[in-house]
Design a protein around this ligand. Sequence first.
Ligand code: ZN
Length: 394
Amino acid sequence: MMNNETILIDIGPLSCSCTDHLMEEMHKALSEDDDGLFRPHESIYVRQLIEEITGHGANALSGLSTDLTGWLSKRAAGLSIAVPAPEAFVAWSPFKAEAVFKYLAGKAMETWAASDYVLLVDYLVHAYFPTTFPEQVAELAVKQAAVMGKVQAVSESLTAAQAGALLAHFSQGFTGIALDLAHINYSVIDYGMANCCEHVTGFSDSVKYRLKRTILEHEKSVRLEGKQPPHALQTKMFDQFGELNRDWRRLALTEAGEMANQGFVASMPVGKKLKRLEQYVGACPFCKKIDGRIVTIVEPDKKDKNWDTEIWQGKDNVGRSASPYKRVGGQLIKRTKSEMWALPAGLAHPHCRGLWIPVSGPASDDEFTMWLSDHFHPKAAEAIPKEKIEARNE
Ligand SMILES: [Zn+2]
């Protein structure tokens, strides 16, 4: 830890766009501290959902880690058999996956080429993060989270048992019906689904990239240079999987937290006042500034919207900056207010834990409320009071 010491960085030789990129990333980094990453989410509405999404990725990573370690540790196993060229398996199907397995299992590992290690990682990542995986995650992190935002909008309180009952109901295929009843603008859902699928695909690509690089660098230094002790690879893999688990947790918190907030805002009528809560350990300077802000819901197409006092469906910080300065020529110039991050409908940045609460009572939607009451098994004794936010530092 640096203890707030001042460090000077010479940005003089950088171009304007490189300077802006550097400052943007530094200010974003200030907002994305990892403190308490695995702490349960503060909102009872999405807490279990986020744990479920976290579990999907953690299980896949755990299976992948076990299998990959197993393969790498039986370096001398198996007989060499007639092997087809790896290029034959570029496009994946169950048949081709089986052929890849036979090929790899049949080749003595001391004869493996670099391309065989690449193929092994492709094969295992394909097995644990199949092409259907992004859509499965988006179903939870977008559709179910948006419905939970609607549930928050129309209810005064929720128990953990009720949240569990809803999740069980969704798992039986009722998400679409709930979403239709919630009347959330479908473009918000559609954009959220596409966005989430891209992020999950990006995650599995990063899994492949990081594992391949780690193995190839290790194998090269062992085979060509005779460096590295035998257990060095296991240690590196352990570190990589630890980092990947943290990346996945950030994704679960971000995707579900974003859509629950968007679903909540979309469910509130125009004119309603909402209060922003950013009351959790590790809130960044920007989020501390917006904590407690009261805003009014307006139509997304209202003219001259006020970014400080108004909120609307889909309001976000795309195209705005976290950095207060930009570089023009050789000088740093202060950005205007309209260029800077403002209070968004969703999250301010990845794995932010911001929430909304209504200033005066829930929204009314009889049809949705009746549907909801049919799927709750309320236990009065467990009811959580109005504020809906549990004490921090659990
Ligand atoms: Zn923040």
